[in-house]
Design a binder for this molecule. Structure first.
Ligand code: PSU
Ligand code: MN
Length: 310
């Protein structure tokens, strides 16, 4: 446990607990993607498939959520099924995590909240789809995801497929640089844009193997720099929707969100569900493929970190 007093709020699933105790590889997975990011039943099916991919690649999966105020590190089959259709599940970031715990609420963890819980449990690697970032129109809304500051302060490696082009990608990268977060392109020189393998933007750093990423993480720790690293792993070519095709859908979805006055936490879930409809479900198929691809890389990275500890 990485904070002495946190233990009494946390339930670690038996398999995760024994893997952590033995210094074996563990990969954290988020739950907002289940409750607010994908429709039922694909959300639960995907969560299970992603856990299986982590296993196949040599690590133990730990899906994280808050159930009746308990921080769950690893969900049972029953809990995962329940979460897939549960109502009144809060979307939790750093700001509201303690509220959900103290008030015994249910909560799905975003990238920021998953990083916090993973770190408390001693998990160093986390796979997701896409991170939150600086939103388009930030000049007016100041909407910058708390995910970015979390990456700056909490020492967990986050494997994503870049950031969605619903965000302001250049400003997202600028902000990460300002906050001292290493952003690593995995086998690519371009920052991936979630559904699309590439964007116009160069990725700040590039590494080509899980071992090289593990080495960077160990070096960062040894230098006492603190904070996380962001690994941007492009969606497999077979599953991508090119940026040229996505951009019209994205513009229309953003215009709709604006017209309806959608703001705050509701923005990302609204845009995702509108894009699902506008692309006839294609955006979801791509989303599922890229999360699995990230889970595989995360497991290999966690395994590499575990080996070097032994
Ligand atoms: N990207 C996805 N699906 C998601 C999210 C991101 O493809 O469900 C979620 C993640 O949990 C991320 C959160 O942390 O959206 C960001 O929300 P916000 O923009 O409100 O910070
Ligand atoms: Mn936001």
């Amino acid at each position: 446990m990485n904070h002495d007093n946190a233990g009494r709020f946390i339930d670690i699933a038996p398999k995760v607990k024994s893997a952590l105790a033995a210094g074996e590889a563990v990969v954290a997975l988020e739950s907002t993607i289940i409750t607010h990011g994908m429709p039922h039943p694909q959300n639960v099916a995907t969560a299970r498939e992603v856990e299986a991919v982590v296993h196949e690649n040599g690590a133990v999966p730990a899906t994280i959520a808050i159930i009746e105020g308990r921080i769950k590190i690893g969900l049972s089959d029953t809990e995962l099924d329940w979460l897939g259709t549960a109502k009144d599940v809060m979307k939790l970031s750093r700001a509201d995590l303690p509220y959900a715990v103290a008030s015994r609420r249910h909560g799905a963890t975003t990238v920021a909240a998953t990083m916090i819980c993973a770190h408390l449990a001693g998990i160093r690697v986390f796979a997701t789809g896409g991170i939150g970032g600086v939103h388009q129109g930030v000049e007016a809304t100041m909407d910058i995801s708390a995910d970015l500051d979390e990456l700056a302060r909490t020492p967990v490696a986050v494997i994503c497929a870049g950031a969605k082009a619903i965000l302001d990608l250049p400003r997202t990268l600028e902000y990460l640089e300002t906050r001292g977060v290493p952003v690593i392109g995995y086998g690519t020189d371009r920052f991936p844009a979630f559904w699309s393998r590439t964007s116009e933007l160069p990725v700040p750093l590039r590494l080509d193997t899980p071992e090289a990423i593990a080495d960077l993480i160990r070096t960062k720790e040894a230098l006492g720099l603190g904070g996380g690293v962001l690994v941007a792993n492009p969606v497999p070519s077979a599953d991508e929707i090119p940026a040229s095709e996505m951009s019209a859908f994205i513009e229309a979805a953003i215009a709709e969100a604006k017209a309806r006055g959608v703001s705050g936490k509701a923005v990302t879930p609204f845009l995702l569900s509108r894009l699902f409809e506008r692309t006839g479900g294609r955006s979801l198929a791509t989303n599922i493929a890229l999360v699995k691809n990230n889970a595989a890389l995360a497991a290999r990275l966690a395994a590499s970190l575990a080996r070097s500890q032994a």
